[in-house]
Ligand binder design. Structure first.
Ligand code: GSH
Length: 214
């Protein structure tokens, strides 16, 4: 009998969308609770994740799992079947890709999302933001090269959870001075993802729209 009380907590526009897409792809029996921005700092959610960040999964027994890459690994192991098996070459590459996306790309967005944590004055904040965009430009080049050398359809040559996080990161690029026009493989990947039924389901669950896929 599926554990219907296990719940994934998400918030619009955030990296939690990747876990939400993964849920849709493997049809895992996990409920989704999409909070509105701000509710992640309310007592009710802080009791679940005291760091006030999404995503988090709360299990029926009250245990809580945070960190997107750990959540994706658990989903793959528990519900992924052979398609998302972890003890395969694809599984190893997926873990590598998700680590890079988390620790390098996501982390490099720090000054973009919260420049005040890095510098005090407006001009110093602009400087740290610019430094972040320079770094991100290099990261997106690496993502573009990896995707292209895998054939262009899927980040690792086959559909994997790496594609879910890549899609989120490509959406975020639009908020920066970087241009998706400079990354044609990433642009095509975004369009492929937005034609996918699971991505549509996850976007709707999170109250989000596809980007212009023209
Ligand atoms: N290392 C964490 C990062 C989680 C994280 O930073 N989540 C962001 C959304 S993408 C968040 O909840 N931000 C809200 C805040 O910090 O106020 C992970 O990979 O899950």
């Amino acid at each position: 009998m599926p554990d219907i009380q296990t719940t994934l907590y998400t918030m619009p526009g955030t990296c939690s969308l990747a876990a939400n897409i993964a849920l849709a792809w493997i049809d895992a029996p996990v409920a989704v609770e999409n909070m509105k921005y701000g509710d992640h700092k309310n007592d009710a959610y802080l009791a679940i994740n005291p760091r006030g960040k999404v995503p988090a999964i709360r299990f029926a027994d009250g245990d809580v799992l945070t960190e997107l890459s750990a959540i994706l690994a658990w989903l793959g192991a528990e519900y992924g079947g052979e398609g998302y098996a972890r003890d395969s070459k694809l599984g190893r590459r997926e873990a590598e890709a998700l680590s890079f996306m988390t620790t390098e790309v996501h982390a490099a967005y720090g000054p973009h999302f919260a420049a005040q944590n890095f510098a005090k004055s407006e001009s110093a904040q602009q400087e740290v933001k610019q430094a972040a965009y320079n770094k991100l430009g290099g990261h997106y080049e690496r993502l573009e090269d990896n995707l292209s050398s895998s054939g262009g359809d899927w980040y690792l040559g086959e559909k994997s959870f790496a594609d879910t996080f890549l899609y989120v990161l490509v959406r975020w690029l639009d908020q920066t001075p970087l241009s998706l026009e400079d990354y044609p493989a990433l642009a095509a990947h975004r369009n492929r993802m937005e034609a996918d039924a699971g991505v549509k389901t996850a976007l709707a669950r999170q109250g989000m729209e596809p980007m212009d896929a023209a």
